[in-house]
Ligand binder design. Sequence first.
Ligand SMILES: *Cc1c(COP(=O)(O)O)cnc(C)c1O
Length: 454
Amino acid sequence: MPPGIAVGSWGQQLIAFRLFLPMFSTMSRKVEKTEKSARLLELARQVTPGGVHSPVRAFKAVGGTPRFIERGEGPYLIDADGNRYLDFCCSWGPLILGHADPDVVAAVREQAGKGLTFGASTELEYQLAQFIVDRIDSVEKIRFVSSGTEAVMSAIRLARGFTGRDLILKFDGCYHGHSDFLLVQAGSGAATFGQPSSAGVPASIAGQTAVLPLDDDAALEDFFAHHGDNLAAVVIEGIPANNGLLIQRREYMRLLRQLTERHGALLLLDEVITGFRLGLGGAAAHYGLRPDLLTYGKIIGGGMPVGAFGGRADIMDMLSPEGPVYQAGTLSGNPVAMVAGLTTLRQLADGTIHTDLQKKTRRFVERLSAGLDGAGITIASIGSIFWLSFQQELPRRADRIDSNGIARYNRGYEKILNSGLYFPPSGYEVCFISAAHTEQMLDDAADLLASLII
Ligand SMILES: *Cc1c(COP(=O)(O)O)cnc(C)c1O
């Protein structure tokens, strides 16, 4: 039988199935047992701190048993005990197409058969670089690394090398990975320069990073008046989405651009979470902003470990081997990761997935909001990112996040998880919708979630 006919009849069967069995909702089953996850955690704790390789996975904030995952299927996660969850975490952002997208998996399999790493250049690196340079106005040249942390760390070194200045400015509530000079929090009182936010970060390093609250024009102007001429770079998240979803005003971002330009400091827009999530142009296009440097990760690796930094060609050409700023990586531009990223981005290239995701997310948020009417919960959302804020007014800066709201999310978490919805295990984290989530699944999830929270 010609393949076209086989596909057609299968499609019709699917339609018929959905028409005749509407009462079998797409919702996942209730979680009944978690013994295997609990046992795996016990074993893992003997050989790994907390049993996890990234702290939030330990569920410390929300309690309960962190789930060990066996596999992902489209919008679902399946854990070691066989429980199925509709996934709103999506590996913290990379999985815009959902789990185990067939095209991405096929491309990865094919590349793996040809070799996993060469430590030499490949055409795939060039293709992914060209894809990104073609679509992001402010990225003239780009270099790949293996994580978002590495991307921002390298971009900061480059900014310092280019400007000959040491000082950097970041914002309270923005996350840029875990390099020493970004694990910094605001000092007490009016102190501008930061203090380490982790043990092991030398105070002398934290002292090279200034920290300001977001959304405060006067504080920004004052800072630049005093320190602008010593500043190598300002780093800010495209849309701050690692500590609630703190959507910034366009005018604030423009002010940042004006001030950096006036003082010869570079503007580094960290698009690790927003890049190719908020449409093809990311947050830079959303604000109509032209940063000097940009960082990427998450989606551009299609689920494999990748990061990238790019921007103005005159700055990028300061990098080794062209210039004096050293940067390198054994697995940088890894061919399997490159092909996973390329296969993901090519599916996004015509914009229909983003449009569809935005529509689905809006519908989900509206339905959930209606269901939560009067429960004191607002939902921040942009593109296919949303954040359940258990407070009446949406904050634009970190110190306006109500910790009682976070506590409320954390208390309710286990009940939500045990109903088959996998949300991020901390009230500060944002949620994602993927192309594999259908409207029907999302409608059911919105109704279920509303009934669980109220
Ligand atoms: C996730 C993230 C990072 C860190 O990326 P890793 O790959 O986890 O090192 C940096 N910046 C932003 C904005 C992120 O969302």
